[in-house]
Design a protein around this ligand. Structure first.
Ligand code: SF4
Length: 533
């Protein structure tokens, strides 16, 4: 066995190729000044010259006794959901793979196997056909899937962090290891949003900024944790599918709604238990008796006067500054937002609940004879409704969407006439997946895809030191449509053939493969839009 640089989760050794004939890619020009035992990798513009037993700068390719190989296995998806966990299939030599392909084995059920771009390798320059163009049949229809690992210089991550806590001002810089790698973008309902990475940070700053950006994107895309800081804001640890950690505290709850929504949802349950309810929220603070919900219940005016800007009845903006206190404000004492009570309407003994949008912060007051709220123990019935608010909060999570522009040169690996691919995708004749996970294709020009990394197999992403992100992408369509859009028909191969011989441009290098079961939430990639029409 030949030692090589270990990559996470991969075998420690390269396959023994001593019995395998060495066949270098015919389309790969040799550098005359390169040592004869080196292999030049031309899978990206870096063009590493790799010594025997070593891997290239990205750890994705290696020189195994003169053969350039892709060290990660190609990931295949199996549709069979009966098995408890993914089956790992060991490295196989070319002859083993051929023998396996000819026997009764899982590959025989072709519409149950899907070749993903993960580990499939890249082709460079762009006019070369994608490494795998795989034919299959689905419900009697001839299909083809064009499979590649795209190199994305134009890509970013949209990170949704379920928390009310204020992470930093909109447009503030987000840093990783001191480098600016993104910014805070528009907050959404119950979530703070970050836009990270992108071509500006990958290529437009210093070399270190580009490298740190690329490393950060790789980790987050591969579901690993990353530490971030926001200028003028919070320290964060974020990881796809996990609760965010804000200033060292793990977030628990995503709010049930804004202050106004919370009033609306629980008004009936508070009715009779409290004379006034204020739901404190950095954006829209709700006041029950003034709110339409309270009016519909015919609640008596409480006379409460709230600071901030009144929007519509019972809905107030800017009651405090943003922060990590009550309802995403900087409040530690909720009474700060109450100016007082109008003596014409308020009465001694009035019961006032103040609560945050997650139910985490709550306080119960009763007005004294001077109409000043005095803290009192919260009655169990009121506490039960506050608990109900908490019960309706979903667990706080971090979501990472990878967003990449596949509308550029990558299309040439699919067709000689790239605009045809773009058009067929927009016409829903081509199903686009990333590592088998459904990808949302943005309307408008180009092929801008967005995918939830949690729906993709682990370790789907890689990098090249240009720097850029390597991400799997697959285009599935009817074979007839592929022919019509100017596809590389001479490179269409059966699944068995593709797996036995490996990527066309690496003929001679064995293909190892790893099976993953299809994630239950994902639709089977074959038979999606192209079969619907
Ligand atoms: S960085 Fe990786 S893909 Fe690019 S040439 Fe080197 S080994 Fe090949």
């Amino acid at each position: 066995m030949t030692e090589h640089t270990k990559t996470d989760g991969l075998p420690d050794t390269l396959p023994d190729l001593s019995a395998t004939p060495v066949v270098l890619d015919k389309s790969r020009p040799r550098n005359e000044r390169m040592a004869t035992d080196k292999v030049e990798c031309n899978a990206c513009p870096v063009l590493c010259q790799i010594s025997p037993g070593r891997s290239g700068a990205c750890d994705r390719y290696a020189n195994a006794d003169g053969v350039l190989i892709r060290v990660d296995p190609v990931v295949l998806l199996r549709r069979t959901l009966a098995e408890p966990e993914a089956t790992l299939v060991a490295f196989a030599s070319r002859s083993d793979a051929s023998a396996e392909a000819s026997q009764a084995n899982p590959l025989a059920v072709q519409d149950e196997i899907f070749v993903t771009g993960i580990g499939s390798s890249t082709t460079y320059p762009d006019y070369k056909p994608a490494p795998f163009i795989v034919a299959s049949q689905v419900a009697g229809v001839d299909m083809v899937t064009v499979v590649t690992e795209g190199i994305f210089s134009y890509c970013s991550l949209k990170v949704k962090i379920d928390t009310d806590r204020w992470l930093g001002p909109e447009q503030a810089n987000v840093r990783c290891q001191g480098e600016v790698i993104g910014h805070v973008t528009t907050a959404e309902y119950g979530s703070q949003m970050l836009s990270l990475g992108g071509v500006h940070h990958l290529t437009g700053g210093s070399k270190k900024e580009g490298r740190v950006t690329c490393d950060m994107m790789l980790k987050l895309s591969n579901k690993q944790a990353v530490e971030l800081s926001i200028d003028g804001g919070a320290q964060l640890i974020v990881q796809a599918g996990k609760a965010p950690v804000v200033n060292g505290v793990e977030e628990q709850r995503m709010r049930v709604g804004c202050g106004s929504a919370t009033v609306g949802i629980f008004a009936k349950q508070f009715y009779g238990l409290a004379d006034e309810v204020v739901v404190v929220d950095d954006h829209i603070t709700g006041v029950l008796t003034q709110h339409q919900a309270g009016r519909c219940l015919d609640m008596r005016a409480s006379g409460i006067k709230i600071r901030g800007r009144k929007s519509t009845p019972g809905r107030y903006f800017q009651v405090a500054n943003p922060g990590t206190g009550w309802g995403g404000t900087d409040l530690t004492d909720p009474l700060t937002i109450i100016e007082g009570f109008d003596a014409d309407h308020a009465w001694p003994g009035q019961r006032v609940l103040m609560v945050s949008t997650t139910g985490e912060h709550k306080a119960w007051f009763v007005l004294d004879d001077a109409l000043v709220p005095q803290p009192q123990p919260m009655p169990p019935a009121v506490q039960a409704v506050v608990d109900r608010i908490g019960e309706n909060c979903e667990p706080s999570l971090t979501t990472v969407l990878f967003l990449g522009g596949a509308g550029g040169s990558l299309r040439a690996g699919v067709t000689d006439n790239p605009v045809q691919l773009t058009r067929r995708i927009k016409q829903a004749m081509v199903n686009v997946t990333c590592g088998g996970a459904p990808a949302y294709v943005w309307p408008g020009g180009g092929i801008t895809v967005m995918v939830d990394v949690m729906r993709m197999p682990d370790h789907s992403f890689g990098t090249v030191p240009t720097p850029a992100i390597v991400a799997p992408i697959e285009f599935s369509m009817r074979l007839d449509d592929y022919r019509a859009l100017g596809g590389h028909m001479e490179h269409v191969r059966s699944l068995d053939d593709a797996l036995a011989r490996g990527a066309w441009h690496n003929d001679g290098a064995p293909t190892s493969r790893r099976f993953e079961l299809l994630a239950a939430a994902n639709p089977w990639p074959l038979g999606q839009p192209p079969l619907l029409g």
